[in-house]
Structure formats: structure tokens, C-alpha cells
Design a protein around this ligand. Structure first.
Ligand code: FMN
Length: 152
């Protein structure tokens, strides 16, 4: 079943970032979508074991950073190590969105979201957020499309 979903449901690849009082972190996510038009709201499905899961709840804000097709290595950097013991931002240039979420300087675009709700969905949690700030950073770049074989 999962093989069919992976081939036939299309996702981009994003870095979900957040900031608490103590630290910043980011993780790669493919399961991201718009879920409301007015207000504009996004969702991201995050496994409860991810460090980012607890940080977003603590922060109340998260940012969705859209990767471009030449950024598979960034997706691997944020997707294969946990921020619990590792500073994934060590060699990454970033700036802060208005509510403090770190934004990758080289992302295509970002959406900073105020956390509205989280729901359990099987083995993941769905976080929904209202977009409070958004910008296109790289005007003509193509997004990275998630392909299972690029990573696993
Ligand atoms: C291409 C790619 C897509 C991923 N998509 C998701 C996702 O949608 N949701 C999720 O919970 N984890 C996803 N992951 C796994 C997390 O990025 C990974 O577990 C990460 O190390 C968690 O980091 P953290 O512990 O610092 O939060 C993905 C990983 C990769 C490489």
C-alpha cells in the first residue's frame, strides 16, 4: 500500500523550523498541505518521536520552508539526524521570521504559521497553523518533488 501512495500522491519537500526560548531546530517533511483558504492555513504531519514535535507545541509557531530541486542534500541533513543531540543549523545560513522561526536563506519560499491545533492521525500528529507571514525568496526556482528513491 505505502509503495502505491508514495508513487501516486505527489508531495514537495520542506524544512519545518521552529524556535523555543532555548533553541532552534528544523526537520524535513514531505507531508505538508494547504488546508484552508480564508484564513490561509497549512498542515504538517509529524511523528510524535521527532524532536520538532515537542518544540512546535512549546513554541506555538512553526515555519514551512520550501526546498528547490537542487536541495536534496539539505533535505537529508534535516531528515536523517535528530536535533536532540545535533545542531542542524551549524552550517546553514538563516534569518528570523517575525515570530522567531528560523528561515533558510536559500529556500524558495517560507510560510510562518501560528499553531492552531494538533490532532492524532494514526502514527503521526497533524499540526495546523494559520499563515502569519510568507515570502517568495527565489523567484524562478523549481520545487523539489519528493521521490522515495532519492532518500531511502
Ligand atoms: C525526504 C524526507 C521526508 C520526511 N517527511 C517527514 C514527514 O512528513 N513527517 C515526519 O514526521 N517525518 C518526516 N521525515 C523524517 C524526519 O525529517 C526525521 O525523523 C528527522 O530526523 C526529525 O528530526 P528532529 O528529531 O530534529 O525533529 C522525513 C525525512 C525525509 C528524509
Amino acid at each position: 500500500m505505502q509503495k502505491i501512495v508514495t508513487r501516486a500522491i505527489v508531495h514537495g519537500v520542506y524544512i519545518i523550523t521552529t524556535r523555543t526560548k532555548e533553541r532552534i531546530n528544523g526537520m524535513t517533511a514531505a507531508w505538508v498541505s494547504q488546508v484552508s483558504l480564508n484564513p490561509v492555513m497549512l498542515m504538517v504531519a509529524i511523528g510524535p518521536g521527532r524532536f520538532t514535535h515537542g518544540l512546535i507545541k512549546e513554541s506555538g509557531y512553526f515555519a514551512v520552508n520550501t526546498l528547490s530541486k537542487d536541495q536534496i542534500e539539505i533535505a537529508k541533513l534535516f531528515g536523517f539526524k535528530s536535533g536532540r543531540k545535533h545542531d542542524k543549523f551549524q552550517n546553514i545560513e538563516y534569518f528570523n521570521a517575525p515570530n522567531g522561526s528560523p528561515v533558510l536563506k536559500d529556500a524558495i519560499a517560507y510560510f510562518e504559521c501560528k499553531l492552531i491545533d494538533d490532532f492524532k492521525a494514526g502514527d503521526h500528529s497533524i499540526f495546523t497553523g494559520t499563515v502569519t507571514d510568507a515570502k517568495i525568496i527565489k523567484e524562478n526556482a523549481d520545487p523539489l518533488i519528493f521521490k522515495w528513491e532519492d532518500y531511502f
